[in-house]
Design a protein around this ligand. Structure first.
Ligand SMILES: [Zn+2]
Length: 445
C-alpha cells in the first residue's frame, strides 16, 4: 500500500484495492489493475494485493455495483431543465424547446454536457449514449469528465435534398473528429433522429455507412401513436417497416422509446438483434399513452436497456430513479405485479447497457473494465438490508452513491468532484444567456 497522502484521488489512475465490500454475491475484495481492468475478485484478494495497490478503498461501509449505463440521452438539454413542463408534446416542442434550441451555440452544448456529466457521475452512471448538436463540444466535455460516451450527431434532413447533404457532412465530420481524439472512452455513433424527420435516402446512406465502418446507430422509434399513424398515412408503412427496408435494424442499433411496437414488430427486432432503450420517465411525462411492451420484447429475446432521455423531459439523469420508474410503469401499465422485478431492472441498467455500448458485460468479474460504483451501505435507503436488489432499485436514489470509478479512474471520491463548483457556475450562466438570446430573437421577429 503506497498510500494516499492527500486522501483524495479524483481522476488519478493507478491500481486500486477495494477491501471487504458488499456485492450482490456477498462480501468480497476487488482489485483493479493500473490499466483500469478488474484483475481479481474474491476473498483473500486483499491479502494478495495489499502491498501492490496504489490506493486502498475500505469497502466495509460500502456496496459495490457495476457502473450504470444510460443508453438514451441528449446531455446538453440539462440547460433546459425546468424551462417548460406540463405541456402537450407538440406544443412543448414547437413553442418552447425548438425556439430555444435554434439559439444554441457550441459553448452552450459544452456547458450543458459538462453539467450532465457532473450529474451522471454523482448518480452512479459511468457511460451514456448521446444524440445532439455541436457534438465536438460535447466530446470535449465528456473527455474532461472521464466518463465513457457514444456520441451521435442528431441527423434531421426534413426530406430536403440540400439539407441532407449538410447533415451527411456533419455526420462524417463528427465521426472523423471523435476518431481523431483517440480517446478509447469516447466513440462515435450515427444519429438518425426518427422516421418523421429523416428521409429514406438518408436512412439508407446511414445504414450503409454504419455497416461499412462498424459504427453504431442511435435512433428514436415508435415513441408516439401519431408517429406510427402518420407513417402509415404518408408512406403506407409503419416506422419499423421503414427502418427495416432501409437496413437500419441491426445488432449495432439502439432504438429509444419503442412504446407503440406491436407484437410482430417486437419479434422482428429480436430477429435483427436490435437493442431497445426504455425511457419510462420521459414517456410518462409526455403522456405517450402506452408503455414499451417489455413482456413482448423479452419473449422475443430483445435486449432492453435504460435511458433517461433529455433533462427537459425527465427532468434529471438519475438512473436509480429510472430503474424504479421502469419497474413500476411496467407493472402498472400491463397490470402485472410480477413484471420487471428489481433484479431485472438492475440488469437493464448495468449488464444490458454495458453490452449495448460495447463497454464489457457490466459485471464485477476479472477481465472486465474497472467501472464500479460504491454506494453508502449505512444510508437510510439501505437499512435494513433484507434484499440488496430491492434496496438499490426501489429505495435508493443517486444520492446513495459515494464513489465512482470508470476504467480505474476515480471520478468521484466520497462525493467530491474537483470541477463541480466551476461547472455549476458555467452551466447556470450559459442557461441564463441562452434564454435571454432566445427572447431577444423572438422580439425581433
Ligand atoms: Zn430522445
Amino acid at each position: 500500500m503506497k498510500g494516499d497522502p492527500e486522501g483524495v484521488y479524483p481522476g488519478k489512475r493507478g491500481s486500486i484495492l477495494i477491501d471487504d465490500v458488499l456485492t450482490r454475491k456477498g462480501r468480497t475484495d476487488i482489485f483493479i489493475d493500473s490499466r483500469g481492468i478488474i484483475g481479481a475478485v474474491g476473498e483473500g484478494v486483499s491479502r494478495r494485493y495489499r502491498n501492490e495497490a496504489d490506493l486502498l478503498l475500505p469497502g466495509k461501509d460500502c456496496i459495490a455495483i457495476p457502473g450504470l449505463v444510460n443508453t438514451h440521452t441528449h446531455a446538453a438539454m440539462t440547460l433546459l431543465r425546468g424551462y417548460a413542463d406540463d405541456m402537450p408534446l407538440e406544443d412543448w416542442l414547437s413553442q418552447k424547446i425548438w425556439p430555444l434550441e435554434a439559439n444554441l451555440t457550441g459553448q452552450d452544448v459544452y456547458w450543458g454536457t459538462r453539467l450532465a456529466c457532473l450529474e451522471m457521475i454523482r448518480s452512479g452512471t459511468i457511460a451514456f449514449s448521446d444524440m445532439y448538436f455541436f457534438m465536438d463540444e460535447a466530446a470535449r466535455a465528456v473527455a474532461e469528465s472521464g466518463l465513457r460516451a457514444v456520441l451521435s450527431y442528431g441527423f434531421i434532413d426534413l426530406f430536403d435534398a440540400d439539407r441532407r447533404e449538410r447533415e451527411m457532412k456533419a455526420t462524417i465530420d463528427l465521426v472523423t473528429g471523435i476518431r481523431s481524439l483517440d480517446n478509447p472512452k469516447v466513440r462515435p455513433a450515427l444519429g438518425p433522429h426518427a422516421v418523421y424527420t429523416v428521409s429514406e435516402e438518408s436512412l439508407r446512406w446511414l445504414a450503409d455507412y454504419s455497416a461499412r465502418e462498424g459504427i453504431p446507430v442511435h435512433i428514436h422509434l415508435c415513441e408516439t401513436e401519431k408517429e406510427c399513424a402518420d407513417a402509415v398515412r404518408q408512406w403506407g408503412k409503419r416506422p419499423v417497416q421503414i427502418l427495416d427496408a432501409c437496413g437500419i435494424l441491426t445488432r449495432n442499433t439502439v432504438a429509444a422509446h419503442c412504446c407503440w411496437l406491436d407484437r410482430v414488430e417486437c419479434m422482428l427486432l429480436g430477429r435483427r438483434g436490435v437493442v431497445v432503450s426504455h425511457n419510462p420517465a420521459s414517456n410518462m411525462k409526455l403522456a405517450v399513452n402506452r408503455a414499451m411492451p417489455y413482456h413482448w420484447l423479452k419473449e422475443s429475446g430483445v435486449s432492453v436497456t435504460l435511458g433517461t432521455d433529455g433533462s427537459a423531459s425527465n427532468n434529471n439523469l438519475d438512473l436509480f430513479e429510472e430503474m424504479k420508474t421502469a419497474a413500476l410503469l411496467q407493472k402498472f401499465a400491463w397490470n402485472s405485479p410480477t413484471l420487471l422485478p428489481a433484479g431485472e431492472a438492475l440488469m437493464m441498467a448495468t449488464e444490458a447497457g454495458a453490452r449495448a455500448l460495447g463497454t464489457g458485460n457490466g459485471t464485477l468479474a476479472p477481465g472486465q473494465p474497472g467501472d464500479i460504483v460504491l454506494l453508502d451501505r449505512n444510508a437510510v435507503c439501505n437499512t435494513p438490508m433484507h434484499n440488496l436488489d430491492s434496496n438499490i432499485v426501489y429505495s435508493c436514489s443517486g444520492a446513495a452513491v459515494r464513489t465512482v470509478i470508470c476504467q480505474g479512474d476515480i471520478l468521484m471520491k466520497d462525493r467530491f468532484i474537483p470541477w463541480e463548483a466551476e461547472t455549476i457556475r458555467g452551466a447556470s450562466a450559459a442557461a441564463a444567456d441562452l434564454v435571454r438570446r432566445c427572447s431577444d430573437s423572438m422580439h425581433k421577429h
